[in-house]
Design a protein. Structure first.
Length: 286
């Protein structure tokens, strides 16, 4: 039996090796692409000058009269409405939907550039915002794509739902995220990390009128609404962020709240104008 020529054997071996190398390279490319998809590398980020976080006072109005839209028109900067109705600063620790969309939880997602928990929740059978706040899934997707490093301002309008839920202002641990103080300190630290060049503006809770009573006298466990606003001011001073004292500076009180709040809680057009006026004049955003 004649043996195969050496040159032929070498040629076949070379071809075989090239095929193996080709398979290896193709596999590595697939793995790399999968990693890029999972980690978010290569995903085009969107840019906004101002990201406006808040509760229903910010988030529930998606019309041309919404606070973020009015602010955008007033200062000629791009503004994203990141408000979510029903959200709080703090969380209960029971891992409910409300906790997932609290300011402290969102700030962690922003700092880590990881919204997997929020995104998974919006797609799950346990998502209970859909019927009431149907804009949440799209909002979370949008926030996850924002380049926070390019933001000029990050606004946090929060505190009302913490007050109405009877959340504790402060605990033994100043970073206890189930308290207003701990959640606010953590949120501000996370936003500073994600947006090192941005100015942070904290807007306090405003006077409210509920069936249970007026905010200037109703104590739901840890102080009146004014106590909450004063505490937010203390945290703003402590953390070095800008502050809008909506409770005291808006002029809204029990005698005139119907002129500014259409239901005793949420601002009407006149109420929104008051907020915009304080923002633009006090911090020279324009």
């Amino acid at each position: 039996m004649l043996s195969e020529p050496k040159s032929e054997r070498v040629f076949q071996t070379t071809v075989k090796n090239k095929k193996i190398y080709g398979i290896i390279v193709a596999t590595l490319v697939v793995i790399a692409l999968a990693a890029i998809s999972i980690l978010g590398f290569g995903t085009k980020k969107t840019h906004f000058d101002i990201i406006f976080f808040g509760d229903s006072r910010v988030g529930n109005d998606r019309t041309d009269t919404a606070l973020p839209v009015l602010l955008e028109n007033a200062v000629n900067m791009s503004v994203y409405n990141a408000g979510i109705g029903g959200s709080t600063l703090s969380y209960t620790g029971e891992y409910t939907t409300w906790d997932i969309y609290s300011m402290v939880s969102l700030s962690k997602a922003v700092a880590a550039n990881d919204f997997s928990i929020q995104l998974a929740n919006t797609e799950s059978a346990y998502f209970d915002y859909a019927e009431i706040v149907d804009y949440v899934p799209e909002t979370i997707k949008d926030i996850s794509k924002i380049d926070f490093k390019k933001a000029k301002y990050v606004i946090i309008e929060q505190g009302t739902n913490d007050y109405l839920s009877g959340m504790k202002l402060e605990g033994e641990d100043k970073y206890d995220e189930s308290t207003v103080g701990g959640a606010l300190r953590t949120s501000i630290a996370n936003i500073k990390k994600a947006s090192p060049g941005a100015k942070i503006i904290l807007i306090s809770t405003c006077f409210t009128s509920t069936p249970a009573g007026y905010g200037d006298e109703l104590d739901l466990g840890y102080g009146t609404e004014e106590d909450f606003a004063n505490f937010e001011k203390e945290i703003a001073q402590e953390t070095g962020v800008l502050f809008v004292d909506l409770y005291h500076e808006s002029g809204i009180n029990r005698d005139n709240f119907k002129d500014y709040l259409f239901d005793g809680l949420h601002p009407n057009d006149e109420g929104n104008k008051v907020v915009i006026d304080l923002l633009t004049k006090k911090f020279n955003l324009d």
